[in-house]
Ligand binder design. Sequence first.
Ligand SMILES: CC(C)(COP(=O)(O)OP(=O)(O)OC[C@H]1O[C@@H](n2cnc3c(N)ncnc32)[C@H](O)[C@@H]1OP(=O)(O)O)[C@@H](O)C(=O)NCCC(=O)NCCS
Length: 93
Amino acid sequence: MNPNSKRLGGSIYLINISVHKDYQRQGIASAMMTNIINYYKTTMPEKQLSLNVEKSNTKAFNLYKKFGFSVIESDDEDYLMAHPALDNENDKK
Ligand SMILES: CC(C)(COP(=O)(O)OP(=O)(O)OC[C@H]1O[C@@H](n2cnc3c(N)ncnc32)[C@H](O)[C@@H]1OP(=O)(O)O)[C@@H](O)C(=O)NCCC(=O)NCCS
């Protein structure tokens, strides 16, 4: 996680979220995403989270959509996805 990324004017950029294939589909990535979002909600609530995912990577794309990320740009191979600024998310509650 890079909290000093230049993407989107200064987002927290996530790279290489991975779970060993023998342990996939057991909620481990979901637990990681919950912890990441809660950590940054507390420490840097004004920031967006962002990441790149290959268009062909359905597992990862579904994971990120489930946790509130949406596509904001794409090229031939990748999506750039962003999670709303965490303080804006709090405003909606
Ligand atoms: C993507 C990855 C991290 C998911 O890890 P995981 O621990 O298996 O994920 P979880 O069990 O927490 O599942 C969370 C969600 O991910 C999605 N997902 C996970 N496995 C999936 C599959 N085989 N098919 C479709 N969606 C899937 C689903 O939305 C799932 O939610 P659901 O169970 O309610 O349907 C894992 O598949 C992985 O390590 N893949 C290889 C590395 C990689 O591509 N990382 C992403 C780089 S951008």
